[in-house]
Ligand binder design. Structure first.
Ligand code: IVH
Length: 696
């Protein structure tokens, strides 16, 4: 086989049909590749691309003398290397000064420095900047000669970098060949990075490899780390399997500076030109005038940071005019015309102090990593859920481990991974307990389920506490002021053993609790009294039947009208309710088959918990079918929700606004503008008694 000189640019080529075909294939594959990788708008199905690709590979195998550095086939990666060659950069690769002040003042300080250097006074116009994203990857220099990619080098120490051309060729977003008319020597600089979804998928593959016993495989801690590993991979075949991306943001050497190449007046114009040559340029690039617009950009991107498909650790501001950039020049290794303005870190290292197992309302055991407090993503984090046994195993988090904790946006903090090198020698693997850590009942994991559950039911104080909190929450019967601290005390002191006990609480029992003032005790009793008047959906939801959320509870109430009808419904009947499938039907049935659950319901009723019951939706008449009612003001006995439930059960709709289409307006005391509007439109107005009459 002829040796392949990747740098010979235009060897004489024969004008045969086979060669014409080869050139046409390269052309087509370049165009399809650009559409797919850079524009994200594929022009042919993958299979068609593969077919063309294989045809080209075959032609090149038959005619090794036609090999070319810019052929799309070069993207799959060549032979492994022993080491990378060190390359001196034609133009040093500088870094930029980092403004660590993550507040707006960071942008002000930069603008003030630039204005001072340029000797601008307050009356001079605002300086124009280009604001860009600061990608969290690796800087790369791409050298093109006569429009063909001939070399890709890492930044290294800024003066010398490593030749990683083989690996970089495998990045679909990087053009191997540029259009006619580009400068004969052109160096484009930018960032090689890995998208978050590509990173997750790569780690998933790596985990499977490790699980399959493949030696030498590891997972990566973050996309940056994975990208760096791929770029410095000696075997380009492996690098080709690592999904990397690229954004261009600058130039290196360009010669001759004048001949052929466009004359860029501004950094922004240069970026637009790079885009027109086929380089990916981030869509978020923007022009900003003066400190105020820099601050606005920093805030705008900061608010969208978590919706970007890749990691950024800040934004970069650059003086737009290239003439001004030249005037500003450099200090040591940093340009005076650019600055990186950071955001607070979203990932931090911390240590695992313990792994606790918490018991939820339905008995679900959840392993939770207790962490040494760490400030990440703007808050102090001390806990991170490990979700379940499989998840805890997958991450293999152990007590004493150093872990990476991530908190992005409002998402709950998570342990991303363990720093393997820092594991202490005797760290024991976490195992899920097979007994409940609270009540010592057996904990079991059912076939096909991810969770272990405590089988203690309401014998388990943890489940009892959660069940009470669930019942008392705002969306259920709502007992104002009954929070987790109080429930904890009440259950631990054995004052409350079940839900009905709540309504048997006396002032003495309450006031005797730690830190409970008489006034607060009275407030709780009042809130309990108030909670007795509820609605059927709220009560049903509050019982905490597995798989019965708010929406299902509403449907059940609407369908059956009364609690007794729900309690006695067979699985088959339950399946007739919209929203109820076999699992939910079975769960409801099982719940009401337990004598102790029926007992709880009876006792709650006996304590005075009550709700208006309606006619079953499907069986009974629907006096309000097709009508729309509007509720306004306070009704004398019915709560707003109860009235709504009754109307809906009778086939009516409840709307928030009065219009000509409104059938009735039901007005209580202190009815406001809605009542006025109803009068204006001459609509029928009812009071509570009138509504109840209508419902009959
Ligand atoms: S410009 C002379 N622009 O941040 C200016 N750098 O030290 C050269 N980076 O190593 C850099 N996003 O890897 C520039 N939009 C951006 C960037 C960016 C990320 C990286 C780059 C460089 C480091 C700055």
């Amino acid at each position: 086989m002829a040796t392949l000189d990747l740098f010979s640019l235009e060897p004489a080529q024969p004008d045969t049909a086979a060669h014409q075909r080869l050139l046409a294939l390269r052309e087509q594959l370049h165009a399809h590749g650009h559409a797919y990788y850079v524009l994200d708008a594929p022009t042919v199905p993958d299979a068609e691309y593969d077919r063309l690709f294989r045809e080209l590979q075959t032609l090149e195998a038959v005619h090794p003398e036609w090999a070319s550095a810019d052929s799309p086939t070069q993207r799959v990666g060549g032979k492994p290397l022993d080491a990378f060659t060190s390359v001196r950069h034609a133009v040093p690769m500088l870094s930029i000064r980092t403004e660590t002040d993550t507040e707006s003042t960071g942008a002000q300080a930069f603008d003030a420095r630039v204005r001072k250097e340029l000797e601008l006074s307050d009356s001079d116009a605002a300086v124009e900047y280009v604001a860009e994203l600061k990608f969290d990857g690796l800087a790369m220099n791409l050298r093109y000669q006569q429009g063909v990619l001939v070399q890709a080098t890492t930044r290294g120490d800024g003066e010398y970098g490593e030749d990683v051309t083989q690996n970089i060729r495998t990045i679909g977003q990087i053009p191997l060949r540029l259009p006619e008319g580009v400068p004969p020597v052109l160096e484009v600089r930018g960032e090689v990075y890995m998208r978050r979804d590509d990173f997750e998928a790569l780690n998933e593959r790596q985990r499977n490899r490790i699980a399959a016993g493949e030696k030498g495989e590891k997972t990566f801690v973050n996309p940056r780390n994975a990208a760096a590993g791929a770029v410095r991979q000696l075997d380009p075949g492996i690098a080709a399997q690592r999904p990397l991306s690229f954004f261009a943001y600058g130039l290196g050497e360009v010669t001759p500076a004048t001949a052929g190449g466009p004359q860029f007046g501004t950094h922004f114009a240069m970026l637009q030109t790079l885009k027109s040559w086929g380089f990916p340029v981030a869509a978020e690039v923007d022009i900003a005038r003066g400190a105020t617009e820099l601050i606005a950009y920093h805030q705008h991107i900061g608010a969208r940071r978590d919706t970007l498909p890749f990691d950024i650790d800040g934004v970069v501001y650059k003086v737009n005019s290239l003439a001004l950039q030249q005037r500003l020049g450099f200090v040591t290794r940093e340009p005076r015309w650019a600055v990186a303005h950071k955001y607070p870190a979203q990932e931090q290292l911390t240590t695992v102090l313990a792994i606790d197992v918490q018991v939820g309302r339905t008995g679900k055991l959840t392993p939770v990593a207790k962490l040494a407090p760490v400030f990440v993503g703007g808050v102090t984090v001390t806990n991170a859920t490990l979700h379940n046994e499989d998840e805890a195993r997958r991450k293999d988090v152990r007590v004493g481990d150093t872990v990476i904790v991530r908190r992005a946006g409002d998402v709950i903090p998570e342990v991303v991974s363990v720093v393997a090198e820092k594991r202490v020698a005797d760290a024991a693997q976490f195992t899920m307990p097979h007994i409940c850590p609270v009540c010592q009942s057996a904990a079991v994991r059912e076939e096909g389920e991810a969770d272990y559950r405590c089988t203690g039911g309401l014998f388990c104080s943890a489940q009892r506490k959660q069940a009470i909190l669930h019942f008392a929450q705002r969306r259920a019967v709502e007992v104002e002021g009954l929070g987790d601290k109080l429930v904890e005390q009440l259950v631990d002191a054995n004052v409350i053993r079940n839900l009905p006990d709540l309504y048997r609480l006396g002032l003495n029992a309450l006031a005797s609790l730690d830190r409970m003032a008489d006034r607060s005790a009275l407030n709780i009793l009042e809130a309990l009294e108030k909670s007795k008047r509820t609605t059927l959906p709220r009560f049903l939801f509050g019982l905490g039947i597995r798989h019965v959320g708010e929406a299902t509870a509403k449907e059940l109430a609407r369908h059956f009208g009364t609690l007794d009808a729900v309690m006695d419904a067979s699985e088959e009947t339950l399946l007739g309710v919209s929203d109820v499938g076999p699992i939910v039907a079975k769960s409801i049935r099982t719940f009401f088959e337990q004598p102790h659950n029926r007992e709880v319901v009876e006792q709650l009723r006996a304590c005075g918990v009550s709700w208006p019951e309606g006619a079953p939706a499907d069986a009974g008449p629907k006096p309000l079918a097709g009508m729309t009612l509007v509720l306004t003001g306070t009704l004398p006995t019915l709560g707003r929700d109860a009235a709504k439930d009754l109307i809906e059960a009778a086939g009516g709709k409840v709307s928030g606004s009065v219009s000509k289409k409104t059938s009735y307006v039901v007005a209580g005391s202190e009815a406001g503008s809605k009542l006025d509007k109803a009068r204006e439109l001459g609509l029928a107005v009812l009071d509570e008694a009138g509504l109840l009459e209508l419902l009959k």
